[in-house]
Design a protein around this ligand. Structure first.
Ligand SMILES: *[C@@H]1O[C@H](CO)[C@@H](O)[C@H](O)[C@H]1NC(C)=O
Ligand SMILES: *[C@@H]1O[C@H](CO)[C@@H](O)[C@H](O)[C@H]1NC(C)=O
Ligand SMILES: *[C@@H]1O[C@H](CO)[C@@H](O)[C@H](O)[C@H]1NC(C)=O
Ligand SMILES: *[C@@H]1O[C@H](CO)[C@@H](O)[C@H](O)[C@H]1NC(C)=O
Length: 846
């Protein structure tokens, strides 16, 4: 059994210790902590191609049968400026249906939308499975047809099938100084036929001496690829394509997917005899996102370019990609890997594999290198050189991620889209912030730290899974735009004012946010002239917020009632032998919660701390008294709640009333939770002597004490909770047989082992979450506002109950105004609703 337990520890606890990658704060849809701007319209759907104007004021959106422009110049609003309709004729639609296509797939889905030059944009759409492209006059927002007077043929530029992924980029319009004045050229990766099995990488709209180019049809250049994205690196004069495809170089029975980066030179004009009108500079390499001794995350989902920091070489350009795995061991998970341009260049200038045309097997090349595949400027090269290049296009080595490992692995989320940004922290250090969109509709904001990734927050951006989605970051506006089938959403990349105290501001580890000691607010780091309180790496609250620390040991060691150092918070009136649940409000999902009693121990025989942090016990003379709930995060401990559990002098029925009055919820197994009326709420606040005392209380009284009463101790009914067993364990058992005793002893032994294990687990968990640091009892006069830490609910995502509102009011009148109220952010009483009450002050029916 001990062995089994050890195995259990190894299997269950250790990985849990490693993979503590949980968003610290979560903002569900409609949360007031994150106000999203939204554009949706019944006439505009499938809004998935996003393009931001150079000034960042206008968002162009490719949709179904239309291109629209949205005014995004004002934060929080997104207004329709123009709509340009572009749809197939009835005849086109009939033809589409005739070909056996579903009617809903026949509209013109915009798949390419790019700036061409200073006056025009270029766009392509699937156009009823007959792709077309055309110009758009940026000024008038009208369609302009090319020289032929008709839309261009879109084959090779845009897929036929709206569900096929493609990539397109126009190069030259702004980036290319060497061809001043010319329009941009269109580089595309897509399938060039109706059936979707002729993948090509091509150049269109070629300028000057350039001619349109495409890939030679030779076997093996592309193997059933899924195109993901493309990017232009001006210093290299190369366009890079990212895709996944079948990895024919691996001799697996199973079809094996690999992720690739491919490159072409923008100066390419094809060969003179060999490779006429074909790329002479195409080469590809594998992107390997793999942790040591593990299966690779082999399927690229999205990838984004992060330009080098100011002053650094272009080789420091990074590509952050999301990868998933084709194997079920890693199904549902995804990994992020970063690749460095310098490493990619090295791989492309190294050796190449060679394909044996007879066996169709790849091998590492042994013959002498005649030419350098992937090198720019081969157009005058000899035929033999070009033939060599034509056959050697797969780099021998794979591109490995920076740090030779994964930047992060999601524990349970499939990420689908990514953006990356480098931002400067208060200490002058650059931090990489990733925004990752989950399949389930949450946007995760992650900062990459030396000790590993930290998910600062998650924001819910849609509720129904979306087939197609897009992310576009506007660094200048501090916004990220999310396009889905339903509409476009603007999400601010941060909302520092959500963090109400210095401690919360620092604990968030958000490099965009820092505590401004002058304004006493968490604000955008760029807006703080000096002394910004921020510690993204260490989250050291004590240092950053200059809070004084008191350890509870010292505090309790003085054998004073806690009223002296920390006055009583919530009063909880109970009758003996009732099950009491005390809740600890959740400020952060990364905090660990523990309970303490002055001069007493929270022994596991009498108390049950549940996974949500709440504490349960049977009210007995022993368990009456004070309870403190602490949360510890990054070694910083703060008091979240304080309760005084008192015996109700009245009978059970009056106890019930007082319980409800104290903002607690009363339930019996058979009844639905009752919401305390505002009348009883006020009453609940009133009776405590502490409210009458003019002396300001150090604690917010937590409104979320949940007490449940049971006059009938038999716990009948279907809602009988699992805890009953624990409760019954406390009762003396009678009439045991000898055998029963044996069983009991065995059980006790097992229980003891469990307790030891739980202890080990707890210690381990504490270790994972950071060392236990100084324990802080908030001080009223704390500059850093540790007092405000007592009020996580003010910013809580869900509306707070009438009870809370009224209580806050009561507190305000008592001079207990804290940050939340000063800033007018306290929930008003009129917001109270049954949902708020039951939603945020959860009852625990017994
Ligand atoms: C930021 O958070 C505060 C406090 O929760 C909220 O009142 C405000 O509306 C939020 N602002 C945005 C832009 O989300
Ligand atoms: C931009 O491209 C369009 C279409 O080729 C052309 O008509 C227009 O003159 C170009 N504008 C400039 C400023 O070159
Ligand atoms: C390549 O050939 C073109 C003509 O085909 C010529 O103008 C150019 O100078 C040649 N370049 C090199 C590097 O030989
Ligand atoms: C367009 O949006 C609808 C939902 O609004 C969705 O069902 C459909 O699959 C989308 N089509 C494409 C091609 O994305």
């Amino acid at each position: 059994m001990a062995l089994w337990m050890l195995a259990w520890v190894a299997i269950v606890i250790l990985p849990a210790c490693q993979a503590r990658l949980v968003p610290r704060v979560s903002f569900p849809s409609g949360s007031s902590g994150r106000l999203l701007s939204r554009f949706d319209s019944p006439t505009i759907g499938n809004t998935t191609t996003l393009l931001l104007s150079h000034d960042g004021e206008t968002l162009f959106v490719g949709a179904r049968d239309a291109v629209i422009s949205l005014d995004v110049s004002q934060p929080g609003v997104m207004e329709l400026k123009r709509k340009l309709d572009w749809f197939p004729t009835t005849k086109d639609l009939d033809d589409c249906s005739m070909k056996g296509k579903v009617k809903t797939d026949c509209p013109n889905f915009i798949r390419v939308l790019q700036f061409l030059n200073s006056t025009h944009m270029y766009t392509c759409g699937t156009f009823a499975f007959s792709p077309r492209c055309t110009y758009i006059d940026s000024q008038t927002f009208n369609l302009v047809f090319g020289p032929s007077g008709k839309p261009d043929e879109g084959r090779g530029r845009c897929p036929y099938d709206p569900y096929q992924r493609n990539t397109a980029i126009i190069v030259g319009e702004r980036d290319s100084l060497q061809r001043a004045g010319g329009d941009g050229e269109l580089y595309t990766g897509t399938v060039a036929d109706y059936r979707g099995n002729r993948p090509v990488i091509s150049r269109y709209l070629s300028e000057g001496n350039h001619i349109d180019l495409k890939l030679d049809d030779t076997l093996g250049w592309l193997e059933d690829p899924t195109f993901i994205s493309s990017t232009f690196i001006p210093s290299e004069e190369k366009v890079y394509f990212f895709f996944s495809e079948e990895g024919r170089e691996y001799d697996f029975i199973e079809k094996f997917t690999v992720s690739r980066i491919a490159q072409v030179c923008t100066s390419d004009i094809g060969g003179q005899r060999t490779l006429q009108r074909r790329w002479t500079t195409f080469s590809k390499a594998q992107l390997l996102c793999q942790a040591e001794k593990e299966l690779p995350y082999n399927v690229l989902q999205d990838i984004v370019t992060l330009p080098p920091p100011d002053g650094a070489s272009d080789d420091e350009t990074l590509f952050y990609g999301i990868f998933t795995s084709q194997w079920s061991v890693n199904s549902g998970k995804s990994a992020v890997c970063a690749f460095r341009l310098g490493d990619i260049k090295k791989i492309f200038s190294g050796n190449y594999k060679v394909l044996n045309r007879d066996t169709l097997r790849w091998s590492t090349r042994v013959q002498e290198k005649v030419a350098n595949p992937g090198e720019c400027g081969l157009h005058n090269a000899s035929d033999s050189d070009l033939r060599f290049v034509k056959e050697n296009f797969l780099a021998d080595e794979s591109v490995l991620p920076i740090g030779k490992g994964l930047a992060l692995v999601s524990p349970d989320q499939s990420y689908s889209k990514i953006t990356a940004q480098r931002t400067r922290g208060a200490n002058g250090k650059d931090y990489t912030v990733l925004l990752l969109l989950t399949e389930s509709g949450f946007l995760h904001k992650v900062v990459l730290l030396d000790q590993g990734p930290h998910i600062i927050e998650e924001v819910q951006v849609f509720q129904q899974p979306q087939a197609v989605k897009n992310l576009l970051l506007s660094i200048s506006k501090g916004m990220v735009f999310v396009g889905t089938s339903d509409g476009v959403l603007g999400v601010p990349t941060s909302n520092c004012s959500y963090y109400w105290s210095c401690a919360e501001c620092v604990l968030s580890r958000d490099p965009f946010c820092a505590w401004d000691p002058n304004r006493k607010a968490c604000a955008d780091v760029t807006s703080i002239p000096a002394d910004a309180g921020q510690d993204v790496d260490g989250a050291n609250v004590v240092e950053m917020c200059k809070v004084t620390t008191i350890t509870p040991r010292a505090k309790f060691g003085q054998h004073k009632p806690p009223t002296e150092s920390c006055p009583p918070g919530e009063q909880v009136l109970v009758s003996l032998n009732e099950v009491v649940t005390l809740r600890c409000p959740e400020a952060s999902k990364l905090a660990s919660v523990h309970w303490e009693r002055p001069n007493s121990r929270i022994s596991p025989e009498l108390y049950l701390q549940r996974s949500d942090g709440s504490l349960r016990f049977l009210a007995t003379p022993v368990t009456l008294g004070h309870y403190l709930c602490f949360s510890t995060e990054s070694g910083y401990q703060q008091t979240l709640a304080l309760y005084t559990v008192k015996q109700n002098s009245g009978g059970a029925s009056t106890g019930t009333g007082a319980g409800a009055g104290a903002g607690a919820a009363l339930t019996t197994p058979a009844t639905t939770p009752t919401r305390p009326s505002s009348q009883s709420t006020v009453k609940g606040v009133g009776p405590g002597p502490k409210t009458e005392a003019p002396k300001p209380t150090l604690f917010w009284r937590r409104p979320d004490a949940t007490i449940t009463f049971n006059t009938d101790r038999k716990f009948t009914g279907v809602n009988r909770p699992r805890l009953d067993q624990d409760v019954e364990k406390l009762e003396p058992a009678e009439g045991r047989s000898y055998f029963q005793e044996l069983v009991a002893v065995s059980l006790m032994l097992a229980l003891a082992l469990c307790v030891i294990l739980m202890g080990a687990l707890y210690a381990l968990r504490q270790k994972c979450r950071g060392k236990s640091g100084p324990q802080v009892c908030p001080r009223r006069d704390s500059e850093a506002g540790s007092l405000r830490e007592q009020d996580p609910l003010t910013r809580s995502p869900s509306p707070t109950a009438a009870a809370t509102g009224n209580k806050r009011k009561g507190l305000a009148q008592n001079g207990l105004v804290q940050n939340g109220l000063v800033h007018g952010k306290a929930p008003s009483a009129k917001n109270g609703s049954p949902r708020g009450s039951n939603g945020h002050l959860p009852n625990t029916p017994m």
